[in-house]
Write a protein that binds this ligand. Sequence first.
Ligand code: ZN
Length: 461
Amino acid sequence: MVHVVLARKYRPRLWKEVIEQTAAVQSLQNAIKSHRVGSAYVFFGPRGVGKTTIARILARAINCENPSGAEPCDVCPSCQNILAGTAMDIIEIDAATHRGIDNVRQLRENVKFRPMQGKKKVYIIDEVHMLTQESFNALLKTLEEPPDHVLFVLATTEFQKIPETILSRCQVFTFRKVALDTIQRYMARLLDQEKILYEENALFWVARRGDGSVRDSLSFLEQAVAFCGGKVSEEKVRELVGAISSDLHLQILRALLLADSTSDDLIAPVHELYNSGSDLNRFIWDFLDFMRVAVYVQRGVTGPAFLGIPGNEIARIKEEIAGIDPALLLFLFDQLYGLLDRVYALRPRNSYETRVLLEMELLHLREKCQRPSISGILQKLKKMGEDLSRSEAGSAAPARESRVSRATRSRDGEGAAGSLRTESVSQVKPSEELPREVELQKSFLGTFVDPAQIPDLDKAE
Ligand SMILES: [Zn+2]
């Protein structure tokens, strides 16, 4: 039996099989039912989201001998011929390779003749933006006075390159990228039909790689099925995509922040990546992306499609970073961004050079993260203030207004290991955060403070 690739085998033949692109699908179906199909359409959208597929369904629907509503019957000779690609009246042109004036002149000559078999001749011009100016002018003449028996579908990924004069004679439909979870569900259905085993998260990574394109996703799925053998597993697909596990990122994050971590804890993962032949430049970018996820997760954003990682990993990250100061995460993001910038500027000649740079930068970053921060010092001040007002309240009533604002959990000032949160030291309104403190925190986060120089505030009373 001949193997047909998934993208071709499952290419929609009927309107009801199309996923997404609701606006175009509904409008075109209504136009067919009410016999108001236009003479020229522009389908604009990214690649692999169904422009040509929908153009073909439209061609079949208007040429079908026994349509049911807007849906082609799928069995009449016209439907079958179009499906097999042997219909004389459906002309598909790739404008990328037929962009010259001669091609369009020939097209204009052909347009005059009535369809040979069906009701209408349908010209599907792919990548229409590739036509030369001269060709567009020639095409325009046809669009100005199109014969009744002709329908044009101009497909493009670059809308802005199509002249206004052409657009004003067409109905324009915008096709969108398909949502990640929609593609994921769609692939799950196909694999069920194909009786191929899979892990849910494996399909997440396939869909992410497809980046909103159904065609690209299915092509990659094809590759994944071949690579995985029996079952499409998450582990194998990640290997294929080159997606590093969040576990590794968390491991490095812990090594950066925890006071009891060693340099080895930090550098071992880098060695591992280097020895396994991973692209370290890509790793820096991935870690930056992970920090973006961490920053969002901490702010309560948990959508897998938005964050670009599966739900179970998001839950794990959420748990792991719960106690970390949001400001510290942003600080780390900035530092890693700077590192990426330096790596791009230096353009290391090989991965060994990147490794040297990465190791030293990470060690340096760890040192910065573990220094006492302004947050820690402010926390001590707050505690002192609390103790003070408590003792005053105990000795002399009525109690004076608290010098310190809301009490929150915080780290103890020595390293970023524990949890820490922004505090407000206020003398006026206890519940109001002072911008001054935020300013201080921004200015001093990561600034070296010699622990020996910090007075022991607990004993300062
Ligand atoms: Zn039919």
